[in-house]
Design a protein around this ligand. Structure first.
Ligand SMILES: Cc1ncc(C[n+]2csc(CCOP(=O)(O)OP(=O)(O)O)c2C)c(N)n1
Ligand code: SF4
Length: 286
């Protein structure tokens, strides 16, 4: 058996042939396999979108949740059971339109989960209208005269919000993507990977060829101190966000470790006898 098969199930992805999300799916399985994570200890939480389907394609615990709400659910799961490897996943619309609020505050909270955005710079599932990451002037059915708004910069937002691990990958650079996912899972704190994952059906601008031409691979050249916040910020601005590789990793203590130390263990390990006295606990509120 191919080791990646351990995480496969009998559900056939309905993604369009060539969709970048296939590579993200394979990369997550390869990273989990490399880290030898037991299926029952892996929790994949996704939002809604083509990308959101991913939780149904992995043989693990999972939650195909609500549009823009993968992160609150993922954080709840992690805080309830610290032993789980929790990966939240979704599209750029999911994370940076309807879910922006959750994205910013999850990064700030620095809980030990991984967040992978499958960024195709468009809303795929709803048939190709602009997302907050679409380029200015981008023509879609919803913006026939070109998008007026400037695209949001996910890496800068992540730096500003306090994410302690920030990286970018590209579906066509699978080896690098697998390495980044392994590093992200191993990182103690909130790890964010923005993956350029082309939508071959609706985004005819940001294609595989376009990314190959425009992305700088930070692993191949342009080495810099990734623990230096200011240098990370400068690198992002210098490259206009068009790079793959690790941008920033801080080793500061993560929030759930503090919480865990205070309470001494995950919620699942705590004495639930307290609930027996539930009536007493709520009596003042009834
Ligand atoms: C609360 C809510 N609002 C809107 C929708 C409709 N909707 C479903 S997916 C989606 C956007 C999908 O784009 P993205 O998150 O970038 O994912 P992709 O399909 O590109 O992977 C929208 C607006 C919804 N399902 N729920
Ligand atoms: S519409 Fe785009 S994002 Fe959705 S499955 Fe097809 S190629 Fe992928």
């Amino acid at each position: 058996m191919n080791i990646i098969d351990k995480y496969s199930n009998d559900v056939t992805p309905t993604w369009c042939p060539g969709c970048g999300d296939f590579s993200v799916l394979r990369s997550v399985k390869a990273a989990a396999s490399h880290l030898n994570i037991e299926n029952h200890n892996l929790s994949i939480v996704s939002g809604i979108g083509c990308s959101g389907r991913i939780s149904g394609y992995i043989n693990s615990y999972g939650f195909h949740s609500i549009h823009g709400r993968a992160l609150p659910i993922a954080q709840g799961i992690k805080l309830s059971n610290q032993d789980l490897t929790v990966i939240a996943m979704g599209g750029d619309g999911d994370g940076f339109a309807i879910g922006t609020n959750h994205t910013v505050h999850a990064m700030r909270r620095n809980i030990d989960i991984t967040y992978i955005v499958m960024n195709n710079q468009i809303y795929g599932l709803t048939k190709g209208h602009t997302s907050p990451l679409s380029e200015k002037g981008f023509v879609t059915k919803s913006t026939p005269f070109g998008c007026n708004d400037s695209p949001l910069k996910p890496g800068l937002l992540a730096l500003a919000s306090g994410a302690s691990f920030i990286a970018q990958g590209f579906s066509a650079y699978q080896k690098q993507l697998v390495d980044l996912i392994i590093k992200a899972i191993n990182h103690r704190g909130f790890s964010f990977i923005n993956v350029f994952s082309p939508c071959v059906t609706f985004n005819k601008t940001n294609t595989y060829e376009w990314f190959r031409k425009n992305l700088i691979n930070l692993d191949e050249h342009q080495h810099f101190d990734t623990s230096n916040y200011k240098k990370a910020m400068t690198k992002y601005i210098e490259t206009d966000g068009l790079f793959t590789g690790l941008l920033y990793e801080s080793k500061e203590i993560d929030f759930d470790e503090e919480l865990c130390n205070k309470k001494n263990s995950s919620v699942v390990n705590q004495d639930l006898n307290i609930l027996k006295d539930f009536d007493n606990l709520v009596k003042d509120f009834i």
